[in-house]
Design a protein around this ligand. Structure first.
Ligand code: ATP
Length: 355
């Protein structure tokens, strides 16, 4: 059930389209969220994430398509409910609190027309939920960036919206604070049973946030799936590369019809080898030093916990792998690369201009 108790899909989009001049910012998107579900919407800059979110909120009129909130049509070619008549809660990167109102009054703003008793108890509940009950009389300028985002969350949640829409809400915060705030926001959403869409271009954030992830490219949702599916079974090399560090290898087919790469056999499935790549993640491969080995170290990056090392195979292709921060592999060192037991190469469709 959603925060408002409905069992209908909190949000459904059908063939939603929006162009700006000749740019198709949203190009035929279908999407349906389950009650209480958190969806992370990711993709490179300019792929249409914010436009999609803003169109759900009613801030950007669609060219065509339908938007439903909790089963109710809020926009199609004929109907177009204004933002204030849509049950959405918005949280943006820049907090957008009212500077002249206290924390308490900011949170009460969206429910100012409800009765005093309900309003007071709802504000109390929201402030407790975001851990700011002790700050109710402060003004926004007396809060840290993280606290201001908590107030923005409480304010948006107070009217019990069908869906919460977050546009890069943690982008201005430092790494530790954004990690903590992300956990707190997810816990507040699960406590209220509220579904949410998070726009982010931080892949790690998307992997830890979403029950599902939608990956957008040029206005289209290219893949919609669980974090595991999107990370480990990307449908195209674009998705694979976007979701995290990856190496891609050419796929060949031998006389017996077995497909392979420089790291061994692969399952090609229905794909044409000329239009396929095999993806390996850095944790999928291991390097065994050997002065006569077929691979040569060409680069290494220190990450703190590990070295991220690139080795060039005899085929001329580079493969990235991880070694312990205690290892000290030097550029020019030789060895052999092999798949880690239990890991496999994943064949993806090759997309233009990505790898
Ligand atoms: P970012 O991650 O950089 O915020 P995004 O994925 O959110 O990008 P959008 O802001 O939705 O992308 O933009 C999608 C496309 O639509 C871009 O090409 C952008 O230039 C264009 N666009 C967005 N809003 C407008 C507008 N009001 N007028 C004209 N073009 C626009």
């Amino acid at each position: 059930m959603t925060g408002s108790g409905s069992t209908a899909a909190p949000l459904e989009l059908r063939q939603v389209r929006k162009s700006f001049d000749d740019v198709a910012a949203i190009d035929g998107v279908d999407l349906k969220l389950d009650p209480g579900e958190i969806l992370a919407l990711v993709g490179p800059s300019g792929c249409g994430k914010s436009t999609l979110l803003r169109s759900v909120a009613g801030l950007v009129p669609l060219d065509s398509g339908e938007i439903f909130l909790e089963g109710e049509l809020v926009e199609d070619g004929r109907v177009r409910r204004p933002p204030e008549a849509r049950s959405t809660g918005l949280v943006f990167q820049d907090h957008a609190l009212f500077p002249h109102l206290t924390v308490e009054d900011n949170v009460a703003f969206g429910i100012r027309n409800s009765g005093d008793g309900h309003r007071t108890s709802r504000v109390d509940k929201m402030l407790r939920l975001v851990g700011l009950a002790g700050h109710r009389n402060r003004f926004p300028h007396e809060l840290s960036g993280g606290e201001r985002q908590r107030v923005a969350l409480a304010r948006a949640l107070a009217p019990d919206p069908a869906i919460m829409l977050f546009d890069e809400p943690f982008a201005s915060l430092d790494y530790n604070l954004r990690t903590q705030l992300r956990l707190d926001v997810v816990s507040a959403l699960s406590e209220t049973g509220t579904a949410a869409v998070f726009v982010t271009h931080d892949q790690r954030e998307a992997l830890s946030l979403g029950a599902r992830i939608a990956v957008m490219q040029r206005g289209k949702v290219i893949q919609l799936g669980t974090p595991e599916a999107v990370f480990h079974r990307p449908v195209t090399d674009f998705v694979g590369a976007f979701m995290g560090t990856a190496s891609f290898l050419r796929v060949g087919v031998d006389d017996q019809g077995q497909s392979f790469t420089a790291l061994g056999p692969v399952e090609l499935g229905p794909l044409d080898p000329a239009k396929a790549n095999a993806l390996v993640r850095p944790d999928d491969v291991e390097f065994v030093p050997d002065g006569n080995g077929s691979a040569e170290i060409v680069h290494s990056d220190y990450t703190g916990t590990h070295w991220l090392v690139s080795a060039r195979l005899g085929s001329g292709e580079d493969v990235k792998f991880l070694t312990s921060h205690l290892d000290n592999l030097k550029v020019g060192e030789r060895g052999n690369l092999a798949m880690v037991e239990g890991h496999c190469q994943v064949v993806t469709e090759r997309s233009v201009g990505v790898t």
